[in-house]
Design a protein around this ligand. Structure first.
Ligand code: PMP
Length: 440
């Protein structure tokens, strides 16, 4: 008879949460491809809320949240309880074979809480890229048109169509072409890099003369606040202008809220900061606190244009991830995380702005709520300073603070702490950040 393992004796407990970081790092480099580049060289043993402890016992404050996934923190007890309860019932039926009520109820909540008072429907998928792919499929089915216009610096994923939409070549597209056709890029309206709202809109009008007949365009896809591209909010006047152009030509607007959604910007969805109607919206990441869940929500009549069997996926809307998402929404409401995003973001922005007198290369501090970016530019030459951002990142890490960079030029630090972070931990992190900035 096989010996029965108790939880504490499980081989994985012994094996995967002990040893040295250096030994695992050597094994990683031998066993996994370099294409999956990895930022840190420590291996976690456990994590709680905004903190991670590695297998050697060192503690880190996590201002990355697994790339914007943990707005509700690591291992929130209510989310763990919800997933554990689901685990005891069933882990998988395939929604397309045997549907489950929790999927339907979550769709109802997303339909109700996403911006716009019209009838909506929601489909669940597993990854952000998959949500983007499905939004494009639905837009094409609804319009009968092939074209999609995305924006420079935008990031939409690593699958073929989402990669084609992504507006940054290195490292996302290098070596992977050719890409699907009928994808065009317009400049993202960004005053700091010389593109005003009117310039941006004129560029699109020009694209209709130089590259694609607007009657062949199914959709515009944009991030309300660009994530990987540099934490640039899209100006409301530009979204409004885009809506006008879209309406003129029968084009749909798709907002990619995968990084900005779920209270990060101070509202459940970033598109709720303005009242410009959005036809389809993608979400993922913080919707399920680390369980793989993504989705598309949109106008009911558009969502229904894809024919039966055209949408779905074996794991799409996995019951464990759906259970997590219900708990995430409860935590956002009960812990008032939308308001907390604004409070924390204001504290961070005030602290950074106060440092600008001492750090002239800190050219811009921006972003709604807690979707905050700090951009480094040489004031004499106007050159973006990616090396400075990297230096801040590594000095912060020496102090146990995990930071991420972003931006087309890599010269932006983005702040993605859990919105549940306790005040004391947040203050400690701001102290480390200040030290890193002053020393860089
Ligand atoms: N869209 C946006 C705005 C994103 O930030 C990301 C991920 N960084 C994606 C799409 C792709 O999501 P995933 O990695 O889950 O496929």
């Amino acid at each position: 008879m096989l010996p029965s393992a108790t939880a504490s004796q499980a081989p994985s407990d012994q094996e995967f949460f002990s040893g040295t970081n250096a030994a695992w790092e050597a094994r990683r480099q031998a066993a996994t491809p370099r294409g999956v580049s990895v930022l840190e060289s420590f291996y976690p043993a456990r994590a709680a809320n905004a903190e991670i402890w590695d297998i050697e016992g060192r503690r880190y404050i996590d201002f990355a949240s697994g790339i914007a996934v943990l707005n509700t923190g690591h291992c929130h007890p209510r989310i763990i309880a919800a997933v554990t309860a689901q685990l005891a019932r069933f882990t998988h039926t395939a929604y397309q074979v045997v549907p489950y009520a929790s999927y339907v109820a979550l769709a109802e909540k997303i339909n109700r809480r996403s911006p716009g008072g019209w009838a909506k429907k929601t489909i669940f998928l597993s990854t952000g890229a998959e949500a983007v792919e499905n939004a494009i499929k639905i837009a094409r089915a609804a319009t009968g048109r092939p074209g999609v216009i995305a924006f420079d610096g935008g990031f939409h994923g690593r699958t073929f169509f989402s990669m084609a939409l992504t507006g940054k070549v290195v490292p996302y597209k290098t070596g992977f072409g050719p890409f699907p056709g009928d994808v065009f890029h317009a400049p993202f309206p960004n005053e700091i890099h010389g593109v005003g709202v009117e310039d941006g809109l004129n560029h699109i009008r020009r694209l209709f003369r130089t590259d694609i007949d607007p009657k062949r365009v199914a959709a515009f896809i944009f991030e309300p606040v660009q994530g990987e591209g540099g934490f640039y909010p899209m100006p409301e006047a530009f979204v409004r202008g885009l809506r006008t152009i879209a309406d003129e030509h029968g084009i749909l607007l798709i907002a990619d809220e995968i990084q900005a959604g779920f209270a990060r910007t101070g509202k459940l969805f970033a598109s709720s900061h303005h009242d410009v109607p959005i036809d389809l919206m993608t979400f993922a990441k913080s919707v399920a606190a680390g369980l793989p869940l993504a989705g598309v929500v949109g106008r009911a009549e558009i969502m229904d244009e894809a024919a039966p069997g055209g949408l779905g996926g074996t794991y799409a809307g996995n019951p464990l991830a759906i259970a997590a998402a219900h708990a995430v929404l409860d935590v956002i409401d009960d812990e008032r995380l939308e308001a907390r995003a604004i409070t924390l973001g204001d504290r961070l922005k005030d602290r950074l702005n106060a440092l600008r007198a001492w750090i002239p290369v800190l050219a811009d501090v921006r972003g709604p709520g807690s979707m905050v970016g700090a951009e480094f530019i040489d004031p004499a030459t106007g050159e973006p300073l990616p090396a400075f951002a990297k230096q801040v990142q590594s000095l912060a890490l020496e102090r146990g603070l995990i930071l991420l960079t972003c931006g087309v030029y890599g010269n932006v630090i983005r702040f993605l702490y859990p919105l549940t972070i306790p005040d004391a931990v947040f203050d400690e992190a701001l102290g480390s950040l200040e030290e890193a900035l002053l020393k860089a």
